[in-house]
Design a binder for this molecule. Structure first.
Ligand code: MG
Ligand code: MG
Length: 238
């Protein structure tokens, strides 16, 4: 799964290097698509449930599942969440990152920082014996202490031969509850954190998920393996 994760992480890194003011989300999707295909993998999201692109690209108040578009231009000051999956040799990698384009507001910066830090804090807790609820509660606490809200409708998940497997990995919950992690499990931890209300809406396209109040949302995700002694992040680019 490290092979799939390496390509996934590399595609995200390529997206970060390419993203710029004036670019369309369609062109950013092409960068990701070309990276994945040129490394011998398949984009996990392309055609998944009918999804029409290789990456989900979600700008500002779009939480997740944004559809890349030739008419949507990325602008200076935007925050852009890019979610990528790559499939190779029978396994998937799944990772996401919110990029700041040019100068973003201090509020946007803080939201992104809290979201990423909560992911890294949860990853640092992963080892055999810990419960999913321990991770969920840690992510929730970290973000709520900073005044942010945790999206409820969408959660992390197991990942392996299928993109989405059991168990669910919510970003909210109670410590000491839920399934215990065992060595060999692989999960995608993915906090989706909003500046305002936790409530979201799905647009008529059936995919795009936006915050109900129009405020910003950030999303960071890694695929991680539970090892006998702790954790390995599989979707790092190097
Ligand atoms: Mg993802
Ligand atoms: Mg995922």
């Amino acid at each position: 799964m490290r092979k799939a994760g390496l390509i996934t992480g590399g595609a995200l890194k390529a997206a970060g290097a390419a993203i710029h003011d004036g670019m369309t989300t369609y062109d950013l999707d092409r960068v990701i698509h070309d990276y994945i295909v040129s490394h011998g993998a398949k984009p996990s999201f392309l055609g998944y449930g009918g999804f029409p692109a290789s990456a989900c690209i979600s700008v500002n108040d779009t939480v997740i599942h944004g559809i890349p578009s030739k008419t949507e231009h990325i602008k200076n000051g935007d925050i852009v969440s890019v979610d990528v999956g790559a499939y190779i040799d029978g396994y998937h990698g799944d990772s996401a990152r919110t990029f700041a384009v040019g100068e973003v507001s201090p509020e946007a910066e803080s939201l992104m920082k809290s979201t990423e830090e909560s992911l890294m804090e949860a990853i640092a807790m992963v080892r055999p014996g810990i419960r999913i609820g321990d991770l969920s509660a840690a992510i929730q606490k970290y973000n709520e202490e900073r005044g942010y809200s945790v999206v409820r409708q969408y959660v992390g998940h197991g990942v392996g031969r299928n993109l989405h497997e059991d168990p669910e990995v919510p970003n909210f919950g109670r410590a000491g509850h839920g399934p215990r992690l065992v060595a060999g499990m692989v999960i995608a931890i993915e906090p989706m954190i909003n500046a305002g209300t936790e409530k979201v809406k799905v647009l008529p396209d059936g995919w795009t998920v936006k915050t109900l109040d129009g405020r910003l949302s950030a999303h960071f995700e890694h695929t991680v393996a539970v090892t006998p002694t702790g954790v390995q992040i599989l979707t790092l680019a190097d």
